[in-house]
Write a protein that binds this ligand. Sequence first.
Ligand code: COA
Ligand code: AMP
Length: 631
Amino acid sequence: MSNGAYAAAYEQSISDPNAFWGKAAEAIEWATPPATILDESRPPFYRWFTGGRLNTCFNVLDRHVRDGRGEQAALIYDSPVTGSKKTYTYAALLDEVARFAGGLSDLGVEQGDRVLIYMPMVPEAVIAMLACARLGAIHSVVFGGFAPAELSARIEDAEPKVIVSASCGIEPTRTIAYKPFLDGAIERSSHKPERCVILQRPQLAAELGERDIEWQQVMAEAEPVGCVDVEATDPLYILYTSGTTGRPKGIVRDNGGHAVALAWSMANIYDIGPGDVWFTASDVGWVVGHSYIVYAPLLVGATTVVYEGKPVGTPDASAFWRILGDYGAKAMFTAPTAYRAIRKEDPSASLKEGHDLSGLQTLFLAGERLDPDTYEWASQTLGVPVVDNWWQTETGWPIAANLRGLEPMPIKPGSPSVRVPGYDVQVLDDTGQPVPAGQEGAIAIKLPLPPGTLPTLWQDDERYVSGYLSVYDGYYLTGDGGLIDEDGYVYVMGRTDDVLNVAGHRLSTGSIEAALAGHPDVAECAVIGVADDFKGQIPRGLVVLKAGVDADAEGARITRELVQRVRDEVGAVASLRQVDIVGGLPKTRSGKILRKTMREMADGKTPTIPGTIEDASVLDRLAGVLADTKH
Ligand code: COA
Ligand code: AMP
């Protein structure tokens, strides 16, 4: 039975956002409390907590140490790939962060400067992020699975003064030297950082060049420094995410709104508070990692587990059960793919035996659609509520969720439940009118977006407006399609654009296409994301060769080279394994490639064929190739 808490909170958050978020802001310690809650002075660029001053690092570390939480575990590092474990108390983490902030400051980093972080899942990645926050510098973490072209695009746009990286990352099957990727990316970029701090790992040391300095040396020479208070509206970080084009979008996160929203989400959505142990299996390079490995658990004084490993293969499908049991986690957060991987290896979850999961109360899943099969399997295996939540890099925290802290609701498999307070989610038709309950359309959020969501794109207000706000007047376009049912449950069906989601990793068709198009024998190409039982989606490449290239004789070599090019340029994480050589690509008369139509054909759906198609017979010739996805 409903206790009414959700309905009341939701209603107030929309009708009186000042009262709602003003109250939520009390969970944060401000150097200067905000004069304004919702700043509507420059629509559509709404801002939150204008006039407030704070330091996010102070709120995640110093404050807890001051209040007696110094000896509690803040961060537990567990790394089956290196065979190491280490626990940092709040006091110890604060020491490291304050010292590394001092080191960055010695290297010339000041408030507002950008610091790019390209690291594996090691505590130093978290320390570097928090050290930036301490200085009021803006971090931009790049996922370690991205190769030079992706990394370079981010260096070019963020113009970091310093880059923090490591000598290597460790995957189950191989050790990956990061330094050549980093050097290659800097080489390609017109912007050059002044210094690179390299964490030397014993598994594979890097050779250092002129602009490089070892992490260990920086720490040995640095003095700890205090927090620099910043405006609530100052950026805390930039996190690049994939659009449809090759140019990544620099999502800006502010300090004040972010802290308030994340603290609110921990209590009200995830039901996590001081002293609770919380395990998020993701990567600091993704938004889930930023929000729910690093900032949110520490903001509320919980203990966060930083896991350097995979759900399977490090060493087997018991990895998550071991962590949940060993550390007594109250809740876990990951992507559905991770559970599909475990199920594939150990369908009866026999490896759970011997692990004490009695402390586990909830499994949260996000990052991609939670299919009902995985939902059922995870529910039965764990015997606790499995809670889907839907959001995106842009929002930084859930748009739709089952609010376990505020008012747990019945779960409907296939739906991430209801609109989260603060988000006026609407499903719109082509003309921008809300559709009746149960009808599908484009999912949009009426402005203003709540605190913690993107105020704009890094140095590109225009792209923010054109990419998100210009399709429906007064709304933010999520890029997802779906519906809201009679009970207010949201169903997210998938992207309406060409953004890919592979194993919970968001990737751009454009950057994979750019890698394919760079091959000397390719005339044109298209990348589509097709449905896959394991990874949710996998990319497929379709290429047309230049005139004169003999596909029969050279085809095998070319496709092999194309797969390798994508690994080298975008990264292995793109998971592109299938490239087909075709005679032509379907296009509209204005030359737009019909990716959606091809995707529908590959997925066995009835394709939508626009009237503006240039030559419909191209589709007939592609039908056989598209139907043949190699999973
Ligand atoms: N650094 C370097 N390479 C990386 C990497 C990283 N941080 N992460 C992945 N890769 C590589 C992998 O080694 C793999 O290389 P391969 O083609 O040589 O085998 C490739 O990128 C594809 O990786 P991935 O998509 O992770 O597939 P996988 O088969 O290795 O593992 C899962 C599958 C399900 C175990 C894995 O995707 C997973 O844990 N997913 C969880 C989802 C997640 O964390 N999402 C983040 C948002 S919540
Ligand atoms: P990212 O920005 O990497 O977090 O990816 C965001 C996209 O992932 C969304 O726009 C959705 O398409 C998809 N997504 C994330 N969470 C969910 C979910 N719970 N259900 C369905 N799709 C999701």
